[in-house]
Design a protein around this ligand. Structure first.
Ligand code: FIX
Ligand code: ZN
Length: 418
């Protein structure tokens, strides 16, 4: 063996060092490069008005939905701060995240002085602040969520903006796959594609042309869609037909994986707006069909239901064209990250992407990665300790190699074939 074998005494410190110093590729976020202007959210008021905290605030105040949405963003942030941080201790994961972020930025969290935090962010230029956040979070690059149907985003793509190379694109196809009959068909017609409601051969060809045009424009790392728990495949619906006849062949032809995010039930409480989505347990037979029938397609998959996570690991053991990623949304809480990460490593070893941030606000990279790194380090330390107890020898370089695979190498190999 090359290198010094690590002792049980120094194992934990070695793992913690490797996990905390490894730069990460964040494979799913809702962040934007500065070229997208106000679509890139950052700073204290955006942090506080994150939809996770909005949902929690309504549980602790009597304000009506209408009154809340009539407030300015600053007023909303004042209310959330007062409710969740002053009148209650901020111990939920989303609240704790803000405390961690401010603390890591060097602000005095004991002061609880919201105005002083606002003053700090007011003195920052976003371009400089991106560097501050990426360095603190040890994030090398992020993948955005890019919707070609979004009227705010489209013009930036069409103007061929020059992006910050640390921000990669992901071509999000929700509007095409989830609401084609209601709105997608009409929108594609308005964009100049010759489509129809019955999905004729011509329409399917035109949808392929639309996807190809956007692949050429965005150069995405992958295509993606979020799906309800009752997602079926194969299926005679517009979604099923478009996946079969358009997304899968284009995905193969351009060698771009398809990411499925399964389990979301949109607008369970519409009055909560973005905070009003729910979840459900999915039947993974559809995913199994996709994986078996399309061995030359690659799929990145994350699921919203805790109850589905074990089945997903078993599927990944059967199908190498499946890459399991991240602890999505309601899964992104310490107790569940710990559980899922252990389960994945026990069933799949180092062949997974354990986490993504889903950050919607730039600053969240700081806490989402700090909190996740702590848990991933704990899990890895336990698993390596089990190996040492069985007589195996490990070097620091081997641990660094493993961590590098988990935090970026596996993604790049799967997506770019590196
Ligand atoms: O569909 C998605 O990509 C979800 O992650 C979001 O829609 C969701 O609102 C979110 O922010 C979850 O973290
Ligand atoms: Zn997301």
């Amino acid at each position: 063996m090359n290198g010094t074998i690590i002792s049980s005494q120094s194992l934990k410190a070695t793992v913690v060092k490797a996990v905390h110093s490894q730069e990460v590729t964040d494979i799913h976020t809702h962040l934007f490069s500065p070229a997208f202007g106000t679509l890139l959210l950052w700073g204290i008021d955006d942090l506080i008005t994150y939809h996770y905290l909005i949902a929690e605030t309504f549980r602790k105040t009597q304000i009506s939905y209408e009154q809340y949405w009539a407030l300015t963003k600053t007023e909303q942030a004042d209310l959330i701060w007062q409710t969740l941080f002053i009148e209650n201790s901020p111990i939920s994961e989303a609240c704790r995240g803000i405390v961690t972020t401010l603390n890591e930025l060097g602000l005095d969290v004991k002061s609880r002085d919201l105005q002083s935090y606002r003053d700090y962010f007011a003195s920052m230029k976003v371009e400089d602040y991106i560097d501050v956040v990426f360095a603190l979070a040890q994030v090398k690059e992020v993948v955005m969520t890019n919707d070609p149907f979004d009227p705010a985003e489209r013009p930036v793509w069409l103007s061929e903006m020059t992006g910050d190379p640390r921000f990669h694109a992901a071509l999000r196809l929700d509007a095409l796959l989830n609401t084609y009959p209601e709105t997608g068909c009409q929108q594609l017609t308005a964009f100049g594609y010759n489509v129809d409601g019955s999905l004729s051969e011509t329409a399917l060809k035109e949808i392929r042309r639309f996807i190809e045009d956007w692949i050429q424009r965005m150069q995405p790392k992958y295509m993606a869609v979020s799906l309800p728990p009752d997602f079926q495949f194969p299926d005679d619906s517009a979604r099923g037909k478009i996946i079969q006849a358009c997304v899968l062949p284009v995905s193969r032809e351009f060698n771009i994986p398809f990411a499925l995010m399964i389990g979301v039930r949109r607008a369970v409480n519409p009055r909560l707006r973005l905070a009003g989505d729910g979840m459900g347990k999915a039947d993974l037979t559809s995913l199994e069909n996709l994986l078996r029938e399309h061995p030359n397609n690659r799929f990145l998959v994350t699921l919203l239901s805790r109850e589905n996570q074990h089945e997903l690991c078993v599927l990944a053991r059967k199908f190498r064209n499946l890459m399991v990623f991240g602890c999505w949304w309601f899964m992104n809480n310490p107790s569940i990250i710990d559980e899922i990460t252990r389960e994945r490593i026990e069933l799949l070893g180092l062949s997974v992407i354990p986490q993504h941030s889903d950050a919607r606000i730039l600053d969240q990279l700081v806490y989402k990665w700090k909190h996740s790194r702590q848990i991933i380090a704990d899990v890895l330390a336990d698993k390596y300790q089990d190996l040492l107890d069985s007589g195996w020898g490990l070097t620091e370089a081997e641990i660094e190699r493993d961590v590098a695979a988990l935090f970026g190498g596996n993604f790049h190999r799967f997506v770019d074939g590196q």
